[in-house]
Design a protein. Sequence first.
Length: 548
Amino acid sequence: MGEAVNRFRYQLQTFFVNLSPSQKLLLIGAISVALALIIVLLVWTGRPSYDILFADLSKKDAAEIIDKLKEKKIDFRLEEGGKTILVPSGKVYELRLEFASMGLPEEGVIGYEIFDKSNIGMTDFLQKLNYRRALEGELTRTIEEIDAVEKARVHIVIPETRLFQEDQKQPTASVILKLNRARSLSPAKVNGIAHLVASSVEGLEPENVTIVDTRGRILSNNNNPDDLLTMSATQLDFRKKVEDYLTQKAQSMLDRVFGPGNAIVRVNADLDFNQVKKTIEQYDPDNAVVRSEEINEQVTPSGNQANGNGGGAVAAKSTNTITNYEINRTLQQVVESVGNIQHLSVAVLINNKKEKVENTDGDTEIKSVPRDPQELTVVEDIVKRAVGFQEERGDEISVNNVDFSLPTADEELYNLDEENPWSIPNIIEKVLIFLAIIGAMVIMQSLFKQVKERNDALQTQLRVLKGEDELLPALPSGVAGAESPQALESGKRPLATTSEEDTMISSEDFFKDVHKVNEFNEKIRSYIKENPETATNLLKIWLMEDAE
C-alpha cells in the first residue's frame, strides 16, 4: 500500500515538474476554483431554509413578534419592509401555535368581541363609542371578504338624537378600499357595498355612503335619486332599453323572413315617468245594503182592563220597524307604475326583392323589383303585433319599400366629380401630375449632365494617357515630343511624328538608352505624386480595358 502511494506521489510530482509555468498556473487556478465551489455548495446546503411565519403584519404586531423571537434566540428574517417575518422551516407551525396562544398577531380590526369584557362604571358615551367601533370592525371584515378587496376601512358617523325632526341629521359613512393588483370593482359591486353599509346602520341611506380607493378615486355614485339630472339620465337609459327591446323583437322576425340586411326597424317610445297615486270612491245606489234595523212593539190594554174589571178580552198590540240602509260604496287606492308607454312610433324599411328577368338579348339578369302593396300590408300587421301596437293609444307605424342598392348621396357626388373633368379635384390632380413630370425631367437632365461630364473627363484622360505612342509626351525634355506633366494633364498631347527626323527619335531607340528610361520613370513617379486622382482614373481605365 505504501509503495503504491509513493509511486502515485512520484508520478504526480513528475507530472507537475514537466509542466510549463503557464500550465502550472492554469492547473493551480482550476483547483482553487473547484475548491471554492465546493465550499460555497457546502455552506449553501448547510444553512437552514426559511419559510413565512406571518405576512402583512402591522408595525405593532411585527415589533412584538420580533421581541419574542429574540427572547427565544430564534433566527429570523424580514421582508417587504418588515411586514413579513421568515423563520427556519422546521419551526414555523410550532411558533404559530405558540404566538396564537399569546394573542399574536393581534387583529387590526375589532368587532363585537369588544363587549366580551364587561367594564363596570362605563359611561353612556363610551358605550356608544364601543358600539360604533364594533360596527365598523364587523363591516370591515365583511367587506374584506369580497374577492377584489385586499383591505378596507369603514367610518360611521351617527348624529345625536334631536328633539325636533327638522333638526335631526342623517347618518353618514365612508369606506376606503385597497384593491388587489390588476383588479377593479364593477359599479354593481360598489353599489352592493354601499347598500351593505346602509343596511347595517339604522337610518343610513345608500346615497350617504362614500366609497373611495387608496388612490383617492371616488367609486360610489352619491347622486340623489330624486335629483332631476339623475332622474333624466335614468329615464333616458330606461327609454333606450325599451326601444332597443321592441326594435330587436321586430328586427329579428323580419331578418328571418327577408334575410339579414333587407329590413330596417326603428322604434320611438314615449314613456310616462309620472308617479301617480289615485284614490277612487264609487257609490252604487242600486245595490243598497241594510245598515241597521230597529223594531218597536207597543201593547195597548182593552177598556175593561183599564177600568180594573177582569175579563177575557185581549189587549191591542202594535209593531213599528225602522230600517236604515247604506249605499254601496267602493274605495280604491291605485298607484300607477312608472315608465308606462304613452305613444309608439314605428318606422320600417323593406328592401326590394330580387328577380331574374330576361333582357332583349335573351340573357338572364337579376333586377331589383318593388314589392307588392299586399306584402307590405302583411309586414305592417306583423310588426304591429310584435311591438304591441295600440290604436287607441295613438300609436303610429310606417312601412315603406326602398331599393337598398341605390347609391348614397356621397357616392353620387363622387361619381359626379369623376364625370366632370373640370371639377376642382380633377384640376388639382392634373396640376400635381404635371408638376411631378416636370420635376422628374429636371432631375433626369441633371443626372445625365453629371454623367456626361464625368464621361468626357474620363475620355480626355484616356486620350492623353492611352497607348504606347501617347506615352511619348511624358518623356524627358531631351526626347522629341516630350511635354511637361501640366501639358499632359491639360490634354495637350503633341504626338511623335516622322516629319522631323532630325529632332525625333523612335520609341525603340528611346528605351535602349538606360539613362533616358530612368529619367522617364522618375518623371512618371513625380507626376503620380502631383496628380494622384488622374493616375488612379488611368489605372481604372486600364483595368477595365484588360477585363474587356
